[in-house]
Design a protein around this ligand. Structure first.
Ligand SMILES: Nc1ncnc2c1ncn2[C@@H]1O[C@H](COP(=O)(O)OP(=O)(O)OP(=O)(O)O)[C@@H](O)[C@H]1O
Length: 928
């Protein structure tokens, strides 16, 4: 089945409510058999007897077909009736009548019969549809099984009967390249770097090269003529004749649709466990393609923003001959025009590798559409997707838009340490992306068809997919890997937090009861019958927040306080001078205690604490800028003192009488100010919505008057020093508030059991010479944790989704290299994947996810190649809260994972099944 993968249309875009539908299956205890989806992880343990059956079938396609067909044993009654009837006379024409007769016999009155007939017809139609849909799956598996069998013969040669996966194959018998070839391909005259692959990495590179040689992923008919597996002379370079598509690749011709449709593809998933060096294997592979096959690309590498810099760095190191272009942020703006005109003119791209982020495929802006248009004009040799589990949802914009670019590539290569999501249909999404011709299912509801409990199906898929996917575990390949110790710290709430939790239970219980009282037909045992879905999710999140920190809800600041603060903030235009008082009150009322506190603290004139990579107090003091600012009347009574080398405390910036007005702003000045504000917010880590600087500037309508300030600004801009920017930005935010009432004292940060636990744990870890990564799913929690770490008195860095992409690698490097920094705060989403943070040897999962694989990704930021110390993982669980439920579910899932091997993950907080689980927990909590 051929699919046309095109850019999402405007209509389609409009109709989508969510780009990424979260979906995670959390297997509950109702299923006694561990779902074996993770057995796709290609473990050697043969848990499923069917595996062997399928494996033996490769010499007999018909049997493969049979094996690939979904089991009918558990289908509904109609199938039984139909089978019996067809057995009788085999006449399809009589079938409906016969079925009706069957139902008539069961029915007692005529009317009922008519209804039953109608229902039956409907059922029949549905079942037929279902059957057709099942057929789509069966057919896809059947096609894939043929190719798989062929590929196994080619890949495993004589080992075929004994091997289920490439990793098991005696590596010497299927090698194309050796370390010598790698040396020759990766060497550079300008560098002393010795690119030495570990033995299993060499196997990985050979695997990719073998698949490159073989033709997979196209229509089966194209594979009938698969050449006999070559007797590989492993040290010889590949010959032109061994490779397909080399002819079309010359001079990077623009896409010829005809050629593309007929071309063969090579696809693979490299799924080694996190930290085993997938990046390096993939880069070496691309280098070898150039070295041995004269295939210089162009290659497109798509990855999460956090690892963009790392990719560029590793590419430069392992493949110095490649020219690389990072197409993101400032580099994007600098190059888009040039790339566009080259692409339009049919000229080859000026790079071997283009590095882009997934975000380029997620939005519908004109800019991103234009970017994708450019990408579509070139014929890519390899489109490589890092952390490819990002493509688990085939209905997402990301999947569709990326496919519209990748469909024409000669090869789609996926890297993921967690190839399997919790659902088979998510794995299918990956496979369909990799091999759309084989796995396309159009609108079939895969969720319905791909049941993870169907061991038969799981076994078949596992065996069929074996040759396309290579996965090794750390325990398999790295005997010397440092141990990973898991610890769970149960923490106990003290009165204030406990009260907050109990109050929430009472409030939500009362709300639920009120709804039950209103409607007597409600099923009062099931929360889904009582509360709307969104409410269930909201309540659950509130419980989780309180379990993490009571300041994450508003309980301390009463409505009167909020109104009082609003009256203070309103004249300052904190939310924009256009904003009415009522609107400010409304806004503040929606804030949690911590946010209200922070807003009040930010409007105070004293004791601003700045923290930044670029802050250098001595530079500031020496530069003469301070003096200029004082002379210009911009600062007065400036006092600075360093804390931990990179903090600056500025007090008494201005007296309340000094007014800083901005009026008659020119565009240029406005842009400067906006830049400064953005800079300021970065410097002190202030978060106001997602793009703080912009929001503040556009809404504040700052008017400019302070000529001296602007003069100084110009000086500062010339100096290109970030520090004074931060200081000046402080001035911009100065509104003359002197009332410190309402600010929470430091002891409040220790209100949570988890922060108190950190208060004990962190100093002792520091004393023991350990360094720590602290993960939370919520950036608001990270904000509180920053406060907590300040109070505890340890140094730290922070990385989350709001961290500039260009800053992320610097933060990683600084943390890894500067041992005076004790901790790194990370959001699980932005910091949990791809990063190398081996500078730490301890991971604290502050709040766990339902899905333990998300946390495992986070753990492996420091448990990876390069780690020399044993790694300890702490999970914090607040006793007597939903935290315990989340942990129990995650633990159960981990046991299942262990039973069937490793699995994969994507970060999603509100998947369907977690919704179901939330419902179960809340039913017990509120209705029990
Ligand atoms: N052969 C090697 N020689 C030296 N360093 C290596 C080698 N292989 C991997 N590394 C280093 O090991 C670290 C982990 O590698 P990499 O980031 O490629 O792992 P990964 O499998 O992609 O992990 P993840 O799934 O977490 O993204 C990196 O710092 C990398 O430079």
């Amino acid at each position: 089945m051929k699919r046309v993968f095109e850019e999402i249309s405007d209509d389609e875009w409009e109709n989508h409510s969510h780009s990424f539908k979260p979906s995670r299956v959390l297997n509950t205890t109702t299923n006694p058999t561990p779902p074996a989806i993770e057995s796709f992880a290609y473990g050697s343990s043969k848990q499923n007897p069917k595996e062997d059956i399928v494996f033996d079938l490769e010499d007999d396609d018909e049997d493969v077909v049979e094996a690939a067909r979904p089991s009918v044993a558990n289908r509904g009654r109609r199938f039984v009736v139909e089978d019996e009837e067809s057995d009788g006379d085999g006449d399809d024409g009589d079938k409906d009548a016969d079925i009706a007769q069957v139902y008539n016999v069961k029915s007692s009155d005529e009317e009922g019969n008519v209804e039953a007939e109608a229902e039956e017809e409907e059922e029949e139609e549905e079942e037929e549809e279902e059957e057709e849909e099942e057929d789509v799956v069966a057919k896809a598996l059947q096609k894939c099984a043929r190719i798989s069998a062929e590929l196994k013969r080619n890949l495993y040669g004589s080992s075929v009967t004994a091997c289920d996966r490439y990793a098991e194959v005696e590596s010497s018998s299927v090698r194309i390249v050796t370390q010598d070839d790698v040396d020759a391909a990766c060497k550079s005259q300008d560098s002393d770097f010795q690119p030495v692959l570990k033995p299993y990495q060499l196997v990985g590179v050979n695997f990719l090269l073998l698949l490159y040689q073989k033709d997979i992923g196209g229509e089966p008919t194209q594979h009938d003529g698969i050449p006999e597996p070559c007797v590989v002379n492993f040290t010889q370079p590949l010959k032109e004749s061994d490779i397909w598509l080399t002819a079309e690749k010359e001079d990077f011709p623009l896409i010829d649709e005809k050629v593309q449709l007929e071309s063969n593809n090579s696809e693979a998933i490299l799924a080694d466990e996190m930290g085993l060096g997938k990046t390096i294997q993939a880069i070496t592979y691309l280098t070898l393609l150039k070295h041995l096959n004269n295939d210089p690309g162009p290659h497109l590498i798509v990855c999460p923003a956090s690892v963009l810099e790392n990719w560029e760095r590793e590419l430069k190191k392992w493949c110095p001959s490649f020219s690389i272009l990072q197409y993101h942020g400032a580099a994007r703006s600098a190059h888009s025009k040039q790339l566009n005109s080259l692409a339009k003119a049919g000229k080859p791209p000026p790079f071997n590798v283009l590095l882009v982020c997934y975000s380029l495929f997620e939005r519908h802006s004109a800019q991103q559409k234009d970017d994708r248009k450019i990408l579509k004009r070139w014929q890519w040799s390899c489109v490589l997707m890092d952390e490819a589990h990002a493509l688990k949802d085939k209905s997402s914009y990301r999947w569709k838009n990326l496919m519209s670019v990748a469909k024409n590539a000669n090869q789609r290569l996926m890297l993921t340490g967690t190839p399997l999501q919790n659902d088979l249909h998510e794995l299918w999404s990956l496979l369909e992306f990799m091999m759309p011709d084989l796995f396309a299912t159009e609108d079939v509801d895969l969720k319905k068809l791909l049941n993870a409990d169907d061991m038969d199906l799981v076994g078949r898929m596992k065996s069929i997919l074996g040759p396309f996917i290579l996965r090794r575990l750390k325990s398999d390949v790295m005997q010397q890997l440092v141990p990973k110790i898991q610890r769970v710290e149960y923490v106990v709430m003290e009165k204030q937090q406990d009260d907050a939790y109990k109050e929430a239970i009472e409030e939500y219980r009362a709300a639920s009861r009120a709804r039950i009282a209103k409607n007597s037909e409600i099923n009062s045992n099931n929360i889904f019958g009582v509360l709307p879905r969104r409410q269930i999710s909201n309540y659950f999140v509130q419980f989780r927040k309180i379990a993490n920190h009571p300041l994450l809800v508003r309980r301390i600041y009463r409505d009167e306080d909020v109104v009082r603060f609003a009256k203070k903030l309103h004249p300052m235009g904190v939310f924009g001078f256009d904003c009415t008082l009522d609107r400010v009150i409304e806004e503040l009322k929606s804030y949690n205690d911590f946010s209200v506190h922070r807003w009040m603290a930010l409007t105070l004139p004293s004791a601003w604490v700045l923290r930044s990579e670029s802050l250098d107090i001595s530079l500031f003091l020496k530069s003469g800028i301070k003096q200029q600012m004082e002379e210009a009347g911009i600062i007065r009574g400036f006092k600075a003192h360093g804390v931990g080398g990179d903090e600056l405390c500025v007090s008494h910036l201005l007296s309340a009488d000094d007014t800083i007005l901005f009026c008659d702003t020119t565009i240029e000045q406005f842009l400067h100010i906006r830049m400064l504000l953005t800079c300021f917010t970065t410097v002190i880590g202030l978060k106001i919505n997602s793009s703080p600087g912009i929001k503040m500037c556009s809404s504040c309508k700052l008017s400019v008057n302070v000529g001296a300030l602007l003069k100084t600004l110009r000086i500062l801009l010339r100096e290109k020093s970030l520090l004074p920017f931060g200081v000046v930005c402080l001035l911009l935010l100065y509104y003359g508030v002197t009332d410190t009432k309402g600010i929470l004292p430091d002891k409040y940060v220790m209100l949570s059991a988890k922060c108190r636990a950190l208060g004990e744990l962190l100093p002792s870890l520091k004393q023991g010479g350990h360094r720590v990564l602290i993960f939370s799913q919520w950036t608001s929690m990270l904000d509180i944790l920053e406060w907590g770490l300040d109070v505890i008195g340890v140094t730290y860095k922070r990385l989350d989704g709001s961290t500039q992409v260009t800053e992320r690698q610097t933060i990683v490097d600084t943390f890894n290299n500067d041992t005076s920094i004790f901790a790194c705060l990370l959001s699980t989403r932005a910091g949990g994947q791809g990063l190398n943070l081996t500078g730490a040897d301890t991971v604290i999962i502050h709040d766990m996810d339902f899905n333990p694989q998300i946390d495992r990704q986070a753990e492996d930021r420091c448990h990876r190649i390069g780690q020399t110390k044993p790694v300890t993982i702490y999970r914090l669980v607040t006793k007597g809260t939903v935290d315990e439920n989340v942990y129990e579910i995650a633990k159960r899932k981990l046991v299942l994972d262990a039973a069937v091997l490793e699995s994969g993950i994507e970060v999603d907080n509100e998947g369907e099944t977690s919704e179901k689980t939330m419902g179960e927990i809340l039913s017990a909590l509120l209705l029990g």
